[in-house]
Ligand binder design. Structure first.
Ligand code: WQD
Length: 352
């Protein structure tokens, strides 16, 4: 069944790639975004990548009446809720901001859905809810272990969805627990362009390769991993986006095995260490990306790895891209973004 999907935060990194894949799969899309942590330009580029029925509403998901109006006016069949803050460090420094924004946003969306009778939800959750898992790979049944307010908002929202499903007999939801999303759309028109100094490895490597940073700081080289550096399950953002399409189509299928609410991992089941990523990125950009070994970052786990078997068995999703494509596409986007920035700067200089 083709549907009309409301994507809250649909102009963000994962949201925009998911909107592209939804359009490519023949669905219609309504993007609701307040552009607090995303760019209008990204939303404007989506139709250029994937023509189709895409509409943009500028507004805040914490306004439940607005969300209800959007669901009604556009006759939405389902919601994918991306909107929210996602910086672990910021959440430690300002927990109440995260509880206010992420939890009130989720409650607002769920309340709006209930008020208009929209009963299909995909929620953007995170593997951060597992903390430093003791057993790898990590299945959805693994114990959760929260180490920061950001992760706690994700777990709390999953539990709010449990209670909502219990109160709404026809409600069906999937909470997708992302491992480490990286890469960019092969067109290089959309990708990850963090503001300020990147906290995450891939954008930091990409900015170093682009000459915007002097070297990658490798946090810790004494972990119990293949080469002593941290290991993660990196997943191409286009694979992740396609996982959302498969998830929402599963919910819209109304098949008998759609349970009220399930948590599902989206990862590859393949790990890569920091040094392996730097090596792969150096291959992609054609020169050695400089790095230095520095002490561990507090709170980091040695390794994280998804058991992705439920996504495959439940809605037939398997990732297609490996580390080389993740680095190729991330570098292609970074190069285009840096060139665009330089042209902008040159324009400013010329105008003076
Ligand atoms: C990956 C590896 C670092 C930066 C975070 C969030 C998580 C999720 C994904 C939202 C680790 C090492 C990093 C650097 C480094 N986000 N590293 N130098 O910490 O696994 O997960 O992003 O859901 O919630 O916690 O990702 O990219 O920060 O780190 O050596 O400059 O790279 O130690 O081993 P992480 P990351």
């Amino acid at each position: 069944m083709k549907g009309r999907i409301l994507a809250t935060g649909g102009a963000g990194y994962i949201g925009s790639h998911t909107c592209v894949e939804l359009l490519r799969a023949g669905h219609s899309v309504v993007i609701l975004d307040n552009f607090e942590n995303s760019d209008r330009e990204v939303a404007a580029r989506i139709p250029a990548i994937a023509p189709g029925d895409v509409r943009l509403v500028e507004g805040d998901v914490r306004d439940a009446r607005l969300v209800a109006d959007v669901l009604t006016q556009h006759d939405c069949d389902a919601v994918i809720h991306f909107a929210g803050k996602k910086a672990v460090g910021e959440s430690v420094a300002d927990p109440l901001l995260y509880y206010h924004d992420n939890l009130s946003g989720a409650v607002s969306v769920l309340s709006a859905m209930r008020s208009v009778g929209c009963d299909r939800l995909v929620f953007s959750s995170s593997a951060t809810v597992y903390g430093a898992a003791k057993v790898l790979p990590i299945p959805e049944t693994a114990p959760t272990s929260i180490s920061n307010p950001y992760g706690r908002t994700k777990l709390m929202t999953e539990e709010i969805i449990d209670d909502t499903a219990a109160a709404m007999p026809d409600f069906r939801a999937l909470s997708l627990r992302y491992f480490n999303p990286v890469g960019a759309h092969p067109s290089a028109l959309i990708g990850e362009n963090p503001r300020g100094v990147p906290n995450n490895l891939f954008p930091y490597i990409a900015q170093t390769a682009a000459g915007l940073r002097d070297a990658v700081q490798v946090y810790g080289s004494d972990y119990d991993t293949a080469d002593g550096t941290g290991s993660r399950d990196y997943i191409h953002v286009v694979d992740l986006a396609r996982g959302h399409v498969a998830a929402v189509e599963h919910l819209l299928s109304d098949s008998a095995n759609v349970l009220p609410h399930r948590r599902v991992n989206l990862g590859t089941g393949t790990g890569a260490t920091v040094l392996q990523v730097i090596r792969a990125f150096s291959e992609a950009c054609g020169f050695d990306v400089p790095y230095r070994l520095v002490p561990r970052r507090p709170g980091d786990a040695a390794a994280s790895l998804a058991d992705p078997s439920l996504a495959r068995s439940l809605f037939g999703w398997t990732p297609s891209f490996g580390l080389a494509e993740m680095c190729r596409d991330h570098w292609r986007f970074q190069s285009a973004a840096t060139a665009q920035r330089d042209v902008g700067l040159l324009g400013l200089v010329a105008a003076q």
